[in-house]
Design a protein around this ligand. Structure first.
Ligand code: NAD
Ligand code: AKB
Length: 311
């Protein structure tokens, strides 16, 4: 409806990660395989090496590939970030600044994800779009800076405060919400999972299909329709406790058991809100989720089982 096809090519950084694996697929389906240049630190088929800290290489790819749109997914997530705070700042902030500079120089649009990690313990349990952002994690702080840069950069830059994302195609990459992905693999392989957050830990989560659709829908909206919330829109999928996730999985696997042994990631989870108020995204670009807890679990179990049967 609001199609705004890029005149040049699309660059995806961090393309081999949890989101990139599926976003590249969706963008190639929408714009054609040749239109999307997938890049990452790591090498893989259909993906070239690009370190977002290397400004010469970024410039080279921007020019040689005629890039007019960037999806900047290269980052360290919360758990890895807390273990390597300096590296987290470098990749998440300096890496982003490098991509903003490249986008500015070449007149490209930029999508850069934010996270529910921008919120801190002073945030209400249902996080409003506009509220003080006082995260306790270094990862959350880098995401707050990213949102601020989006609005001050002077370019068409947009982001989404993704909740914890649940998917089966690629593993989750060093985050706090990874338990909601790992649990499926362990349930199917071992019939047991030792969860690193408490049973009553409730966090905002989302199925990857909803997250990919949200990303593409946001990038299709004319810039003039978006407010300063474009640095990081709240979007809600569904919120559930780790215990509720276990019980939903037990609908498929009645013998599945789960123990709860919280580690340091419990502290990060406790500093984040339980739910997300996404009224502004709904009003500005008609955001609406499709997957609730049971539907996510049904999709995860079915897809992982059929992948196992094929291998
Ligand atoms: P991920 O860890 O799965 O993938 C990140 C990718 O970036 C990896 O493939 C890694 O090799 C690559 N990378 C790391 N350093 C790099 C560098 N210097 N240059 C180039 N590539 C580099 O992460 P993800 O889950 O796909 O997340 C993508 C973005 O979405 C991040 O900004 C993250 O903060 C955000 N986000 C993710 C979630 C989630 O639940 N997955 C939730 C909220 C926000
Ligand atoms: C993490 O747990 O670090 C990510 C996120 C919510 O940003 N999944």
């Amino acid at each position: 409806m609001f199609m705004d096809l890029p005149s040049g090519r699309i660059l995806v950084t961090g393309a081999l990660g949890q989101i990139g694996t599926e976003l590249v697929e969706a963008l190639r389906q929408k714009h054609g395989p040749e239109a999307v240049i997938a890049t990452d630190l790591r090498k893989a088929e259909g993906c070239q090496i690009l370190d977002v800290m290397n400004t010469d290489e970024i410039k080279k790819v921007m020019v040689e590939q005629h890039i007019t749109e960037i999806y900047h997914l290269a980052a360290l997530l919360s758990a890895t970030g807390e273990k390597n705070p300096h590296l987290c700042w470098d990749i998440n902030v300096t890496g982003l600044e490098n991509m903003i500079a490249a986008a500015k120089e070449h007149g490209a649009r930029l999508f850069s994800p934010s996270s529910i990690a921008v919120f801190g313990p002073d945030c209400p349990k249902v996080a409003p779009q506009i509220t003080p952002l006082n995260p306790t994690t270094i990862y959350g702080k880098t995401k707050v800076v990213g949102e601020q840069l989006a609005v001050s950069s002077g370019i068409d830059m947009r982001g989404i405060r993704y909740p914890g994302l649940i998917s089966y195609k690629a593993p989750a990459g060093g985050g706090t919400t990874d338990y909601a992905v790992e649990i499926f693999h362990n349930a199917l392989e071992n019939g047991h999972y030792d969860c690193f957050v408490r049973e009553d830990t409730k966090l905002p989560m989302m199925y990857m299909d909803d997250a990919i659709r949200a990303t593409i829908e946001l990038m299709d909206i004319p810039f003039e329709r978006l407010s300063d919330s474009r640095g990081g829109y709240n979007i809600a999928g569904c919120s559930f406790t780790a215990g509720e996730l276990v019980r939903s999985i037990q609908r498929h696997l009645p013998d599945f058991t789960c123990t709860f042994n919280p580690d340091i990631r419990q502290q990060y989870a406790d500093s984040w809100p339980e739910e997300i108020d996404d009224g502004i995204a709904m009003n500005e670009w008609r955001w609406s989720p499709r997957f609730n807890l049971d539907r996510i679990v049904d999709e995860m179990i079915t897809n992982l089982e059929s992948r196992k049967n094929r291998s």
